[in-house]
Design a protein. Structure first.
Length: 257
């Protein structure tokens, strides 16, 4: 990852976004980073809008291969942080409900772990369709509802408004006028499956137990768990079309018709 000289300190962890450089957050950061890296080839030489850039690390990754990256976020402190931390990126503040760009002005819209936070998902996708040039691509990643909140229509994460199953994401994209070119799933590779086994079947559940205070007499992270979480790399996740319904995250590439 590119880091600017004298880079500003990372944004605080709020639970709504993931940030780099926090040992306890490394699992989620690497999981998100794996999706960025998988989709970078679609950004090569392109004008890219990242709609919902958060801390900005992903927009900076994209800037390493794109011709130009516009990083949009509604949160003013995030925009200020991106401006100070990532000079290769052009940050702007705006609402995803009405993208502050002209029609047919970008080659790629990247929307990573954001659509699940939006109330009007169809309206947002219509805006993505508008700002993309014909033949441009929309890149979307989002938690798979079937595995993220499998037993309820109400998302477990309080910052999520509506999570999507693979068929629901596919339908939304097609209804917005996109052709779905790719719909893959992200899951655990062999090393993460070993860590799952080491932590009673799920390293995710082991982390949640600490965060939710479900470990009696445990005021901080167990040393073994923290060491295992800190050791996770992007290569420990696998991405592909196999068994998408059982995946952790959905990864879609859609073409503007």
């Amino acid at each position: 990852m590119h880091v600017s000289a004298g880079r500003a300190a990372a944004l605080h962890l709020t639970g709504e976004r993931t940030v780099p450089g926090v040992p306890e957050e490394n699992y989620w950061f690497r999981r998100h980073e794996a999706a960025y890296l998988a989709l970078l080839p679609y950004c090569a030489g392109a004008t890219v809008l990242e709609a919902g850039c958060g801390e900005g690390y992903g927009a900076d990754l994209i800037a390493g291969t794109a011709a130009r990256v516009i990083a949009l976020d509604y949160d003013a402190p995030s925009v200020t942080h991106v401006s100070a931390a990532y000079p290769r990126v052009r940050p702007i503040q705006g609402n995803l409900a009405t993208l502050p760009l002209g029609s047919s002005t970008v080659d790629v819209v990247a929307n990573f772990q954001v659509i699940e936070h939006l109330w009007d998902q169809a309206g947002f996708l219509a805006e993505c369709h508008r700002v993309l040039r014909p033949g441009g691509r929309l890149l979307v990643t989002t938690p798979n509802r079937l595995t993220f909140t499998p037993d309820s229509d109400t998302p477990l994460n309080p910052y999520h408004t509506r999570e999507l199953a693979p068929s629901e994401l596919d339908e939304l994209l097609r209804e917005a006028g996109f052709a779905v070119e790719r719909l893959d799933g992200l899951g655990h590779g062999p090393r993460l499956r070993e860590l799952d086994a080491r932590h009673s079947g799920s390293i995710i559940d082991a982390q949640l137990a600490v965060v939710l205070g479900e470990l009696p007499g445990q005021a901080s992270w167990p040393a073994t768990l923290l060491a295992d979480v800190g050791s996770i790399a992007t290569a420990d996740f696998r991405i592909g079309p196999e068994d998408v319904e059982r995946s952790l995250d959905l990864i879609a590439v859609a073409v503007r018709r």
